[in-house]
Design a protein around this ligand. Structure first.
Ligand SMILES: C[S@@+](CC[C@H](N)C(=O)[O-])C[C@H]1O[C@@H](n2cnc3c(N)ncnc32)[C@H](O)[C@@H]1O
Length: 275
């Protein structure tokens, strides 16, 4: 078993080096689609009212195509975001935006929690197939936008009460993370709140080279996977010291830092744009 794992890691590292990582991605994706095809049929038959993106899109967004997993984790995350809004948002919170929303796994669940339909929801992502699918959902109250790899977003300055980004900085370089952090602060109203998650590096220590570990220990940014920014094949690691530095540099106030606060695997951060 250990030998198999080591061989697998070595093969992945070689393919990454020579830029063939998409091969691993497509292989794992195909395997995953086959693995869950049967369960998906049973789950969807038992829940006929569900409108879900196709399996490939589900895999692209959470590295697992299972319909049941997509729905249950989306609901769980929406509950978590709703609690954060209740705890940290102002009582007048109305305009909510998810940056890096994919096909709306969380946004659709969050919107359904708004029983009075008083809130305004939007989502933005750089992956066109996700946004196109979300925009095609009938009778949808959420405004979905396609953005570029680099800022800006379409929202005007100081127009949003609450922004959240689940596992988006985890796919971006240091430079892009800083630019996007400033962009989110730009669209927030003064006093508005931003919830986001990051990789601290703890889960990835055995995938890092000694030089990368050294950088991580010194509070520097580290990336694994050679493929481009923004994709599942790029893992950006922001150790807590680095992320705190980015927050402070933006002028925002750090309200809460929760190690493992996003599903154990990622750290969660809550910051406020200063009034
Ligand atoms: C791991 S997925 C998470 C999606 C969604 N937040 C969720 O939890 O279901 C990361 C998402 O971030 C998006 N993304 C990466 N870089 C982005 C960028 N620069 N601007 C907008 N979205 C980006 C990807 O396209 C992808 O949909």
């Amino acid at each position: 078993m250990i030998l198999f794992k080591t061989l697998k890691q070595l093969t992945e590292r070689v393919l990454r080096r020579i830029g063939l990582e998409p091969l691993i991605y497509h292989y794992v994706c195909r395997k995953n689609l086959r693995r869950f095809a049967n369960n998906d049929m049973i789950f969807l038959a038992a829940n006929p009212g569900l409108t879900l993106p196709p399996p490939q899109l589900r895999f692209d967004v959470i590295a697992c195509s299972s319909a049941e997993y997509y729905v249950t984790t989306g609901k769980k995350m929406a509950d978590q975001i709703q609690s954060v809004i209740q705890k940290w948002g102002s009582p007048d919170t109305r305009v909510v935006c998810e940056w890096g929303c994919g096909p709306g796994r969380i946004l659709f669940a969050l919107e359904s929690l708004d029983a009075g339909k008083t809130m305004e929801f939007s989502g933005s992502d750089m992956f066109a197939p996700s946004i196109q699918w979300a925009q095609s959902v009938p009778d949808c109250r959420i405004a979905f936008h396609l953005n570029n790899m680099e800022p800006p977003l379409s929202q005007p300055d100081s127009s949003v009460d609450f922004v959240y980004a689940v596992s988006v900085f985890t796919h971006l370089s240091d430079t892009l993370s800083r630019a996007w952090f400033r962009e989110i602060i730009r669209i927030l109203k003064p006093g508005g709140v931003f919830w986001f998650s990051t990789h601290s590096g703890q889960q990835h220590r055995n995938e890092l080279s000694p030089a990368q570990l050294e950088k991580l220990n010194q509070g520097q940014f580290v990336a694994i996977h050679s493929w481009h920014n923004g994709s599942q094949m790029y893992t950006g690691i922001h150790c807590p010291a680095l992320m705190k530095e980015i927050v402070i540099a933006s002028g925002a106030e750090l309200l809460e830092y929760q190690p493992g606060g996003n599903n154990i695997f990622q750290d969660a951060w809550i910051v406020r744009k200063r009034p």
